[in-house]
Write a protein that binds this ligand. Structure first.
Ligand SMILES: O=C(O)CCC(=O)C(=O)O
Ligand SMILES: [Fe+2]
Length: 348
């Protein structure tokens, strides 16, 4: 039998793009279409922050946030721990290999299986405690520092996510925190991504187009070049140019559902570069296990039927891992606001 280690292709030492990674149409346009759209920068200290963050969520579903309160020092530490992990020899990283059906683990990003070609990236997903996968990688105690950093990073980002959710809820007219505090769980999933320099970046893709199964995703990226692109139209992508001190935030499917379709899920993808090794640290924040996510009662009413049925985060993740970009449609119970003719019967 061929072992996993033998079939593992090491992106970090490759000097040509294998066929399995080569997209037939150029993916990485050297001039990404920016169009008239620019990515909003939201200052959390801005006096009009509620309106600005709400509009950013409503228009594009993706923005940069500054004055976010996440200590610089924590961002530096997660970066250094991720570099320490990804620079390990392949066989050591593979000790935490993701087992099919599991979210946690190292390997190609979970959405890869939906795409015809492979992505020029490696990912390490941590849902729940990092101790088990990290101690498999570093059995001699080297995992402690990694786990402490992951936990601190997640705590800091969670605080930010909860603060931003409160602002967005107020924008939507949900003023009382008792009407939204139940969405806040202990922590989300953490996705560490590495995009090594690529020998033929125009024909490769770091990560294919998708929306996240989250309330809000908060992402910290390294370097000045960027790589993340946000979909702004049919085949039109805006580069999310990094801004020092900022974090990227995007609306995920859960918040889209809660907002009853008012806030769009930001569809995004990642392009790669010939020289620049980019990393991203993505906090995918969902709801507590027992919470049924559905259009918020305050956002439905006469002429505003609920567009989606209720799902828990885990149920939705399960659907997403089966049908990815069709997941939202599969739980849709009503086509459009006010369109009474279009009720879908999903019991068929
Ligand atoms: O690396 C990035 O900028 C995006 C990663 C991403 O979209 C994800 O992990 O869901
Ligand atoms: Fe994503």
């Amino acid at each position: 039998m061929v072992s996993v280690e033998e079939t593992h292709f090491d992106l970090n030492s490759a000097n040509a793009l294998p066929d399995t990674y080569t997209w037939l149409t150029p993916q990485n346009q050297s001039q990404p279409s920016q169009g008239p759209v620019s990515i909003p920068v939201i200052d959390l200290d801005d006096i009009d922050v509620i309106d600005k963050i709400g509009r950013a969520c409503e228009v594009l579903g993706l923005f940069l946030v500054i004055n976010h309160g996440v200590p610089e020092e924590i961002l530096r530490r997660i970066e250094s721990e991720a570099r320490r992990f990804f620079s390990l020899p392949a066989d050591q990283k593979l000790r935490a290999k993701r087992i099919p059906g599991d979210f946690t683990g190292y390997g190609p990003l979970p959405i890869s299986k939906f795409f015809e070609k492979k992505f020029w990236s490696e990912g390490f997903t941590i849902l729940g405690s990092p101790i088990k996968p990290a101690s498999a990688v570093w059995p001699d105690g080297g995992h402690t520092q990694f786990c402490d950093t992951v936990n601190e990073y997640q705590q800091a980002i969670l605080k930010l996510q909860a603060r931003m959710l409160g602002l967005v809820m107020r924008y939507l007219g949900i003023e009382d925190e008792n009407d939204w505090l139940h969405y806040i769980g202990e922590k989300g999933a953490l996705q560490l991504n590495s995009y090594p320099p690529c020998p033929d970046p125009d024909r490769a893709l770091g990560l294919g187009a998708h929306g996240d199964s989250t309330l809000l995703t908060v992402l910290h990226q390294t370097g000045e070049k960027g790589g993340l692109q946000c979909k702004i139209g049919e085949d039109q992508w805006a580069l999310v140019t990094p801004k020092p001190g900022s974090l990227v935030v995007n609306v995920g499917d859960l918040l889209h559902i809660i907002s009853n379709g008012r806030l769009p899920t930001a569809v995004h993808r990642v392009i790669v570069d010939a020289d620049h090794h980019r990393y991203s640290f993505v906090n995918l924040w969902g709801t507590p296990p027992d919470v049924k996510v559905m259009p918020h009662p305050k956002l439905v009413g006469p002429g505003k039927p609920p567009l989606y049925r209720a799902v828990t985060w885990m149920e939705y993740l399960g659907i997403k891992t089966k049908i990815l970009n069709e997941a939202l449609d599969s739980i849709r119970v009503h086509e459009n606001l006010g369109d009474d003719e279009s009720i879908q019967n999903h019991n068929n």
